[in-house]
Design a protein around this ligand. Structure first.
Ligand SMILES: [Zn+2]
Length: 234
């Protein structure tokens, strides 16, 4: 057992950081140990719930993005009608490969997407296609809609409705080739199909849910990658 006193000494560095953080997020159990100089309010004061973006894990995720030399901007938390939201999200600016149509992405989604592009997509293109990926084309990230996409009042919200999913459509190579999920997945050359299969497999190791044209007709032209429920790889 470690005494509280010993524990505090051991954690002095991180504790200072947590206390500094507490000034922003008002984590109640940390604040309790800090002397309160202001008079205690007689009535309960309603304060906003801590925002997801202030969550320690989100801050750690953003630090990880920076450590991976990923350029991004943190976005303000936003809630929309219909339960849609962009919380703890970033906009990727530079992940080493140009990417089209990226909007708000939750930090874990952005982090895994950047790593997939760097450690999955680009090496696979070099090894299987003998070319560099110079552009990744997506069909977007945030979209306030239900899973089936009709935007109706019924049905579970898509992970896109929480900026937690990205749809990837194609890859442009430095030799001019464009490998698209549409056509390439089933009717591409053997090397194109091998490339798409390989990066699909590597996506399944990083994202919670990965959907390809094999999943259903709605995904005939893209890979859906999200950090929601899983693991699910199809
Ligand atoms: Zn999708």
């Amino acid at each position: 057992m470690v005494s509280l006193r010993g524990n505090r000494i051991f954690l002095a560095g991180p504790l200072v950081a947590v206390m500094a953080l507490a000034a922003c997020v008002g984590a109640p159990d940390v604040r309790r140990s800090v002397p309160v100089k202001r008079p205690v309010a007689q009535k309960p004061v309603l304060t906003p719930a801590p925002r997801f973006a202030d969550d320690v894990s989100t801050r750690q995720c953003m630090a990880d993005l920076g450590a991976a030399s990923v350029q991004y901007s943190a976005l303000p938390d936003r809630q929309f009608d219909g339960g849609c939201s962009t919380l703890g999200s970033v906009k990727l600016i530079d992940i080493g490969t140009p990417v089209t149509n990226l909007g708000a992405m939750t930090c874990p989604l952005a982090k895994n997407f950047a790593a997939w592009a760097r450690y999955g997509v680009r090496p696979a293109a070099r090894q299987i296609l003998g070319a560099e990926v110079v552009k990744i084309e997506t069909m977007g990230t945030y979209n306030c809609r239900t899973v089936n996409g009709n935007g109706g009042a019924t049905g579970r919200l898509s992970e896109h409705a929480h900026s937690n999913a990205v749809d990837v459509a194609a890859f442009v190579l430095d030799d001019g080739r464009r490998i698209a999920v549409r056509g390439g997945w089933k009717e591409g050359t053997s090397s194109e199909r091998a490339f798409l299969k390989t990066i699909h497999n590597s996506a399944c190791k990083r994202f919670a849910t990965v959907l390809s044209p094999d999943y259903n007709a709605a995904h005939y032209d893209h890979f859906h990658l999200d950090m929601g429920r899983g693991p699910f790889c199809r």
